[in-house]
Design a protein. Structure first.
Length: 133
């Protein structure tokens, strides 16, 4: 917690008022100032919370005999999105099959991380989380 407070001390006036009025916690305010736009930053932010929460390590492990690790796949997907949004560069080879594969990679990545968190914190794992169950 201390490291997060030291590294992220950008709390805006609006959030200070909410904190003062007990409408927002300091932790919530700090997370609002943290960027979660790419998988590298997300991994680093979780490691600041707890060094044993290693998203990059989890998703960089071999997965179902694939050449490309899930971490690399998610990172590339985020980069494609970034190039499209900020530079208007569209991957014209990104067809329906690649979209389905990307969605599956995201689902598998979330599931791997979710399983890790539920085991790590001894929470109840709900298998159908992604089906709205």
């Amino acid at each position: 917690k201390e490291k997060i407070f030291k590294d992220n001390n950008r709390i805006g006036t609006e959030n200070l008022i909410k904190i003062s009025n007990q409408q927002l916690s300091i932790e919530e305010s700090l997370t609002e100032s943290m960027s979660f736009q790419n998988i590298e930053l997300i991994s680093k932010h979780f490691q600041k919370i707890d060094s044993k929460i290693d998203i990059k390590g989890l998703l960089s492990k071999p997965y179902k005999n694939r050449k490309t690790k899930l971490f690399e796949s998610i990172n590339e997907l985020v980069q494609k999105r970034h190039r499209f949004i900020h530079s208007s560069i569209m991957d014209l080879n990104f067809d329906e099959n690649k979209l389905k594969k990307a969605i599956k990679d995201v689902e598998n990545s979330i599931d791997i991380f979710y399983k890790f968190l539920t085991e790590y914190y001894n929470w109840n794992y709900e298998k159908g989380w992604h089906n709205g169950i």
